[in-house]
Design a protein. Structure first.
Lengths: 381, 294
């Protein structure tokens, strides 16, 4: 998506965002700001940073490279447990433990999942990752691993204090905020550069047509394994942060439900865009609270959570294949009328397909611009 | 030895449950190349429908009605939400079926609540276990096996011996060519989903009789059904049955012979089996490798 705005304007907004992020933990103590921001929002923002890493990790794999993972929560859980074991059992300082956990998870993801995944096409990969996320809690609870994972009880942080040099300046919540937010911002910049580089383009080529990518000289097995490795590295760091912020991790901390939530987040946010990852992370941060609020107005909302998520997944996939980020881009590029026209065309084409009018093979292909769409022809399954 | 025989037989019996759900998964995958993650939840939903109907009428009538309702739901879903993603990349169709998964789960929870529902076993499946030389099998399990084989037999006749079945197979094989010879491929795909959802309803009603009916009772066997489908070959209906029985037996053996100090390994076993099959022979025992179109 070409950015048509002036670089100056973009720089201004990015600088403003930077200022907001730097001072955010203190907003609740400032006049005027304190009406909108409570102290609890610092925790929200911290979790937002963690979720942003998770969503970017999943977006790299699914949105950019087109590889399905239904077990992403399992990869994040591996990162969380590795951090927990390193910091709790081996007394390695937390930041180092998180970095090591990221490297370890990236290595595991690239080698243990990525290399087999080279041979697996979409549906098989979906089944294998589905099986992984369901069985990982059981594996973590195996008696043989108890010395490390502490079985069903999980691992709790005994005592995590901010380092001495911030004493008197930052409390623990603020320290956690800066730790996670600085990491997330740094890794977002890396992510942006990565996805706009040769590697990112190779991932996108892989997604759009594996055979086409191969023809263009992309080393398919290498880049597939690399996509898994990089994505797992992000997931590992995110898992470490998750453990640090929650101060606890157990075998059931992240499971199939969370995997689905992550998927909802990237699909609604927007597959294959950096902005989409941000919207996805906002969704993960506020979805529980939003449902609580909705529940106080409309008491059935809590019971209908699954229905609402499912409906959101299906309608987004069918009507807005590029999610909120795609809608924002369309709004900026073509205005509300253009956005509305796009949606209307999709609805009409869907209605035609349901009525069986457009039953032709060629006509039923994915529309241009849909993430993961093969350019011409059906995919080779 | 007697214990081994008993565990094997019980494994076959529980494997028949995996087999029949795997059969539904394979049917859809074969005819529309969509991997339906909502299969278990759709079956669970229609089993609740069957449960509601049963309070008002005879078991068999309710069973038949539930199958029809399920088939109608399946066909409607194909038309409304799956058709647009059938030719799109696997990612899109998997996301849509996962959406359906949470929709059906949420709806069932909303309508029928989280309390387990007592469900059967029904008259024909009741009675003392059938025994031979100290090895016993429950009547319900025999019934499940018999029903699985009847369903498979009917499907075999439909697919191999009728014009309609031939048209469905042709659609699965090559859509463009089928369309060119005048097969209404849209209707065939809709029929495929309806058929598969109907088989799913049979699976649900049978499963619910051996475990109690809750919103998660089908989810707990979905992984084994997937493992069975992968083991037998994702596009092979007989493979689904054989795969289901092998998984059932392996699971029972693991539960009996893996020492309890190791911990539970049933899910891990299914996971390991999936990975091993995919590594060694991705097409499964009976599947054929798909022709790749460039």
């Amino acid at each position: 998506m070409a950015n048509v705005r002036l670089p100056v304007v973009r720089t201004f907004w990015l600088a403003l965002l930077g200022v907001v992020l730097v001072f955010f933990p203190f907003f609740h103590s400032w006049p005027v700001f304190d009406r909108f921001v409570t102290e609890f929002r610092t925790f929200n923002a911290t979790m937002f940073a963690v979720w942003l890493l998770v969503v970017m990790s999943m977006n790299l794999l699914t949105g950019y490279s087109g590889q399905i993972s239904l077990g992403h929560a399992a990869v994040v859980l591996v990162g969380a447990f590795t951090t927990a074991i390193l910091s709790d059992r081996a007394n390695i300082p937390m930041p180092l433990a998180i970095a090591l956990a990221g490297l370890f998870t990236g290595l595991v993801g690239g080698v243990v999942i990525g290399i087999p995944a080279v041979r697996l096409s979409g549906p098989y990969l979906a089944i294998a990752t589905f099986a992984l996320v369901l069985s990982l809690p059981q594996i973590l609870k195996l008696e043989g691993l108890n010395n490390w994972t502490n079985g069903a009880l999980g691992i709790r942080i005994r005592d995590l204090q901010p380092p001495g040099f911030v004493d008197g300046y930052l409390n623990k919540a603020e320290w956690l905020y800066y730790m996670t937010m600085v990491t997330a911002v740094f890794m977002t910049i890396v992510f942006w550069n990565l996805t706009h580089s040769r590697v990112g383009r190779a991932f996108t080529a892989l997604r759009d047509s594996e055979i086409g990518a191969e023809q263009m000289g992309v080393n398919v097995p290498l880049y597939k394994a690399l996509a898994f490795g990089l994505s797992s590295f992000y997931a590992g760091i995110a898992g470490g942060m998750f453990f640090m912020v929650q101060a606890f991790v157990g075998p059931e901390s992240l499971g199939f439900f969370e995997s689905i939530l992550f998927l909802v987040a990237i699909v609604i946010g927007g597959l294959g865009t950096v902005l989409g990852s941000v919207f996805g992370a906002l969704f993960l941060t506020f979805q529980a609270e939003a449902f609580d609020r909705l529940g106080s107005i409309f008491s059935e909302a809590r019971n209908l959570r699954g229905v609402i998520y499912g409906a959101a997944l299906v309608t987004t996939m069918l009507l807005f294949p590029r999610g909120v980020a795609g809608a924002v881009h369309a709004l900026l590029a073509a205005g509300p009328a253009g956005l509305w026209r796009g949606v209307r065309e999709r609805v009409q084409s869907l209605a035609g397909q349901a009525a069986g009018l457009a039953g032709g093979v060629g006509e039923r292909g994915a529309p241009p611009g849909r993430p993961g769409s093969p350019k011409g022809g059906q995919d080779g399954s | 030895m007697q214990e081994f025989a008993q565990q094997t037989l019980s494994g076959i019996a529980s494997g028949s449950l995996f087999a029949i759900l795997a059969l539904a998964i394979v049917l859809i995958y074969r005819s529309t190349s969509v991997l339906n993650f909502a299969q278990g939840e759709m079956a669970m939903f229609t089993t609740f429908v069957a449960w509601s109907l049963m309070t008002r009428m005879d078991f068999w009538l309710a069973f038949a009605l539930a199958i029809l309702v399920s088939a109608a739901i399946g066909a409607a879903l194909e038309r409304l939400v799956l058709r647009p993603v059938e030719n799109a990349p696997v990612l899109n169709s998997v996301i849509v079926t996962l959406g359906l998964f949470t929709i059906f789960n949420g709806l069932a929870l909303w309508i029928w609540g989280a309390q387990p529902k007592g469900f059967g076993p029904f008259s024909v499946f009741k009675g003392d276990p059938i025994c031979s030389a100290d090895v016993c099998i429950g009547r319900l399990n025999v019934g499940i096996l018999v029903v699985s084989f009847i369903v498979m037999g009917l499907l075999y006749v439909l697919f191999q011996r009728t014009r309609l079945g031939l048209a469905m197979r042709a659609t699965a094989e090559n859509r463009l060519a089928s369309q060119l010879v005048g097969i209404p491929i849209g209707n065939m795909l809709t029929l495929g989903w309806g058929l598969s959802a109907g088989v799913g309803a049979v699976a649900g009603v049978l499963v619910a009789q051996s475990v109690s009916l809750t919103t998660s009772s089908l989810f707990s066997i979905l992984l084994y059904a997937f493992a069975a489908a992968v083991l037998g070959g994702l596009n092979s209906p007989p493979g689904a049955i054989v795969g289901g029985i092998i998984i059932g037996v392996a699971k029972n053996w693991a539960a009996t012979y893996v020492p309890s100090e190791v911990g539970n390994v049933d899910l891990t076993l299914a996971f390991t089996m999936i990975v091993v099959v995919l590594m060694i022979r991705p097409t499964g025992l009976f599947g054929r490798p798909p022709a790749r179109r460039v």
